[in-house]
Design a protein around this ligand. Sequence first.
Ligand SMILES: Cc1cc2nc3c(=O)[nH]c(=O)nc-3n(C[C@H](O)[C@H](O)[C@H](O)COP(=O)(O)OP(=O)(O)OC[C@H]3O[C@@H](n4cnc5c(N)ncnc54)[C@H](O)[C@@H]3O)c2cc1C
Length: 681
Amino acid sequence: MSNQQALDIERERSGSTINQQQVKELFHGGAESLSKREWIASLVAKEPVFSKTGQEFLSRAERFHRGLAKGKRFAELRNQYGLDQEESMLFLKLFVDDFVPACLHIDMFLPVLRNQSSKEQWARWGSEAESMRMLGCYAQTELGHGSNLSGLETTATLDKAADEWVINSPTASAAKYWIGALGKTCTHAAVVAQLIIDGKSYGAHPFLVPIRSLDDHTLLPGIRALDIGPKVGAGQMDNGWAMFDQVRIPRTNMLMGYSQVDQDGTYHKPLNDRLRYGTMTYVRVHIVEFASLALSRAITIAVRYSVVRRQGSTRMYQGGEPQVLDYQTQQHRLLPLLAQAYAFSITGHWMGRHYHTLMDMLQNGDDSLLADVHAYSSALKSYTTKVVADGSEDARKSMGGHGYSMFNGISEPLGTYQATNTFEGENVLLTQQAASYLLKIYRAIKAGKQVLPAQEYTVGYLYRLLASPAALAEDRPKDILSPNGLVAMFEHRAARLLRAVGDAHLDGAGWETQLIAFAQLARAHVQVLVVRNFFGELAHHRLDGSTAQAMLDLAKLHALHLVLYTDLGEFVEDGFLATAQLDKMRAEYLRLLQSIRGNAVALVDAFGWPDWYLNSALGASDGRAYDRLVEAIQSEPLNTTEVDSRGVIRGYDEFIRPLIRGECGEFSMRMQEARHAKAKM
Ligand SMILES: Cc1cc2nc3c(=O)[nH]c(=O)nc-3n(C[C@H](O)[C@H](O)[C@H](O)COP(=O)(O)OP(=O)(O)OC[C@H]3O[C@@H](n4cnc5c(N)ncnc54)[C@H](O)[C@@H]3O)c2cc1C
């Protein structure tokens, strides 16, 4: 049977018409970026501590300890090779493939410390932090508040005489909660607390607070900390709860890169904190860049499984039972996700470039792109991580019963990935930030202003379409199936939504009455970008003829799927699309499904994920799903350590034998009927 599966997947490969290396480079952002990723992958692959084999069977405590071991080995390799921030992130967040405590240090603590310390502070702490002799975490969220920074209750009160801050958790809801690496691992925390001088609050600020002794790792006086227990994923991470009871730290432990406080209590506002916001945006940019990678792994597994799984009637399909990917519904389930993985990777690379343009401009004192990058990174983070989490789960379900096995290779990482919908800005809340920016743009358009050159690519179309009432009404693309026609469709819908929300806003509609419209607006605007970027990248990327055609088909499928099957109402609401056009689009969509079907395996192979990384019995490159599934179950403890030499399960004597020997009483229908009759009386 597995021989058939191996033949099936190889037949798919031999029928492919794409140049896989070209597509791989496109997906990974160019040859250089690809080779860097392959190098990091090779470092991880050869270390036994990073092996995923058998991880499904580990207890929470075992997972956590494995996470510690991974962190230590990572630190050794980071020092050995001098891995930079980006390489470290690839190593930990992509290939190690779970949130381990060291991840928090690299991903959150170091950037905060680097960015928010003064030069003198960085000179004092930098080398300890960089070499991980100080292990950090970022402690902002509390039991009672997360999104609303002004609601944080932890206080940092200046004691001028002692030249110290007193860190305190005044109520139970002020406890820090969810903080990665705080539960058991970290030695220091960047604690966000309300800064108070002489009874006056200056708002939330970060402070470097030692948490555990550097000698024996015990909690320092006045600090209580606990791990917060089992979560949906991220079992290797010790997310923590902590309370501070009048904990004293030197005044100079306030991170003073932006605001400063003198010994006499004088508070200095930041002269220029634009760079701070630019740097903070980076974490979201990074999440957007990584979103496609998460989706691509799930879709690799589901597509491969769907060509080796044969099921159904032989009547309508030649050559025996059909491969399930031959069903139109299976293609409709999976191929748009495949297209989305490519679309998000292209937009992720664009987001990275957009961000670096911003940082260059900020260095030259020009912050005209700051709001744009902030808004688009927020909206894209919100949009892509939701699509990826939901889409990965859909991919899992598309594999039927076997998809429910933890050997699927999707559910384990997905449990952890779900958190990206919540941290670094809760996804729904982030849409308000994007809407706020778009409303500013709308007001500028209404005031007759011109688009700034740096914003032309993102919001130029809004200026064009909303400059006059007639512009939107007259906007009718000629060929709705061409790349330009499809992009125009998305631009029209997004501009129309902005006009509706913007007019209501100018008429005085309350912010809280428009939250649903804001979410729609943000989604519509990022879809413009994602659709446009996909076509745009293909137009200037050199690909072989048939490869270019296959990618163009994917880009069209991506756009048509959004129009026809996810957001149709918003496209037809103002009569922009007529029924005849929809019929034409549906026919094209079906044609594209068929055309992409032939290259589906080659297109997922081009993501380039090695089998050790996928860790999936169902989606390995050799297609031997059944063999691998049956191999995997051999290690289940119920089949090994929980049975005696005869194969009898532990617990038989206490719980099974008494049952089958009739020691648990006699069941009587008459007794049941009598009880039901009594209940009715
Ligand atoms: C795995 C994981 C790791 C984490 N690690 C850390 C860490 O290391 N450090 C740290 O400081 N924090 C961490 N967090 C916390 C995380 O940053 C917060 O949970 C996140 O910011 C969301 O805030 P919240 O929990 O207060 O959600 P809430 O704000 O309470 O959200 C609940 C609901 O209310 C809605 N809502 C809230 N406010 C509004 C509003 N104004 N308008 C409309 N709707 C609203 C939201 O959309 C959401 O649906 C982590 C969380 C997770 C899950």
